[in-house]
Design a protein around this ligand. Structure first.
Ligand code: ZN
Length: 510
């Protein structure tokens, strides 16, 4: 079985590598904007043309050909300094941005602005990882801050192959397509590792690499442990029917104050309208503007330095501020911006860590098949609807429910666990988990303890919901379709009855 896993970690760049990274990110941004403008131009021509079918909107492939031509012009020859993957992927990203726009999933793609948009680029090719370094195309060996985080594919003691086996060809001599390649990989030895791609991105003043590792692993024994129902919530991130509770770190809420303070700081350092450009410091001015005076008195040390410098070939230095798009910003403003980026990163890290710990605990990673749940049941919350509720939206986004589901999905797949979603109308919070009857009164979100009026059950509200989800599995497993969707008429009937009940009670109380 092959699994794809992404590993993201911070790079330890030297000055040359940092400049090269900025160049790559700049090339990706330039290409994206170039492609967007070209597409718009052709679209405009098409609108005005007598026969619109004669004008073709350029695709990523067409645009890349234009970029390759640009590489050979004196104005844009800096494009030749970067890996071809960076502009290629930027054009692919542009295509998918358009597709998302046509599907009405997102807004019309915008031009990326230097210093404002996220700096990042994509690499493919010879990627290898050692214990303290990662080898990337064009950039070469780059040191990592974290040791032994990414699984290595090289070095002493590595049990894996240095290079994965090469693909064989089809009988008629043609190369295999993606599906055929995947099929062939199934026969590769267990433990074969292959780094598919790397994405380098900047966050504030830190640079990160995210490598995608494809690994052949032995398939897990299917899990046979007890079924677990999971209630996702805001107060607690997840409450399970097996007594496990994952707490919500409330990452954003806890850092809101610090974030607001930092944001205020940035707006205070904003140059006022009509203000003169930020002056350079006296030292900066002096350095550049002072004419060379051979008769000035100088120390021995300085003279030696100059003599040494004169021997080196002349290079025009590129100011880092010019590359990161911060040329006309004050230093304090930049510092304040980096502070915000640091807080955002901390929030994201806290959230991610909590989510990973929770989903790993629930799927009982690294435990025997008897201890791993054979099935997990989660709610199918109408989260888009919930996001429209302004009050809840931030809280839900803060928990990261989408990410929770995504992680749970792939971890279940790896651990041999079945994952089910309950029907969106299943009243998991309303039902009594003891006697499975509906209360006559609608339970409000503020009521944290469930008290059953029929059997006298007293239970935490979220735990009750988790028990109900587990019960739903046993009540409907006999009636599942081939896709594993829960389509039990019994459950649906229950839904219909409960909907009516809810509606009635609300009218009664009104
Ligand atoms: Zn009851």
């Amino acid at each position: 079985m092959e699994v794809l896993t992404g590993y993201k970690t911070e790079l330890k760049l030297d000055n040359k590598q940092r400049t090269l990274c900025q160049k790559h990110a700049g090339a990706a941004r330039f290409t994206y904007n170039f492609g967007l403008v070209r597409k718009q131009e052709e679209a405009k021509k098409r609108k005005e043309a007598a026969d619109p079918s004669t004008i073709k909107i350029p695709t990523a492939k067409d645009l890349h050909k234009e970029i390759v031509k640009l590489k050979h012009t004196p104005e844009k020859n800096w494009l030749a300094e970067v890996s071809k993957c960076a502009p290629q992927q930027a054009l692919r990203d542009l295509d998918s941005a358009y597709q998302r726009f046509f599907k009405k999933q997102s807004k019309y793609p915008k031009l990326k602005k230097k210093g404002k948009s996220q700096d990042s680029f994509y690499l493919e090719g010879a990627i290898h990882v050692g214990d303290t370094w990662v080898q990337l195309p064009v950039l070469g060996k780059v040191a990592l801050h974290e040791k032994n985080y990414i699984p290595t594919d090289t070095g002493e003691g590595a049990t894996v192959l240095r290079e994965p086996p090469t693909y064989s060809k089809n009988t008629n001599g043609t190369n295999k397509n993606a599906a055929e390649r995947k099929k062939e990989r199934e026969h590769w030895p267990i433990g074969t590792r292959e780094f598919v791609s790397a994405t380098v991105s900047r966050q504030g003043e830190h640079w990160f690499v995210s490598v995608l590792l494809r690994e052949q692993i032995a398939p897990m024994e299917p899990a046979i442990g007890d079924v677990v129902g999971i209630d996702l919530g805001i107060k607690e991130m997840a409450v399970c029917s097996n007594a496990f509770t994952a707490h919500n770190p409330k990452a954003l809420r806890g850092r809101m104050k610090a974030l607001k303070r930092a944001q205020k700081h940035v707006s205070r350092t904003l140059p006022k309208a009509g203000a003169p450009p930020i002056k350079k410091s006296r030292r900066q001015r002096k350095k550049k503007d002072r004419p060379y005076d051979p008769n000035r008195k100088r120390s021995e040390r300085r003279l030696k330095q100059w003599a040494k410098a004169a021997l080196k070939p002349a290079v025009t230095p590129v100011a880092s501020s010019a590359l990161s798009g911060t040329a006309n910003q004050g230093k304090n403003r930049l510092k304040a911006k980096h502070k915000i980026a640091a807080i955002h990163k901390r929030i994201a890290d806290m959230r991610k860590n909590a989510l990973h710990q929770a989903t790993s605990r629930i799927t009982a990673k690294a435990k025997l098949s008897g201890e791993r749940p054979k099935a997990l049941i989660i709610e199918d919350l109408n989260r888009k609807g919930m996001m429209q509720n302004h009050k809840l939206a931030q809280a839900i986004a803060d928990v990261g429910m989408y990410e929770f589901e995504r992680q749970l999905t792939y971890k279940c797949e790896q651990q041999g666990i079945a994952l089910y979603k309950a029907h969106p109308f299943f009243p998991s919070t309303q039902l009594c988990s003891g006697c499975h009857t509906m209360p006559t009164k609608h339970l409000d979100l503020s009521v944290r303890t469930y008290v059953c009026e029929h059997c006298g059950l007293v239970l935490d509200r979220d735990r009750n919901a988790a028990y109900n989800l587990r019960w739903l599995y046993t009540a409907s497993t006999a009636e599942m379709d081939a896709c594993g969707e829960i389509v039990s008429p019994r459950v649906l009937a229950l839904v219909a009855v409960s909907k009516k009940q809810e509606w009635n009670t609300e009218e009664d109380s009104a």
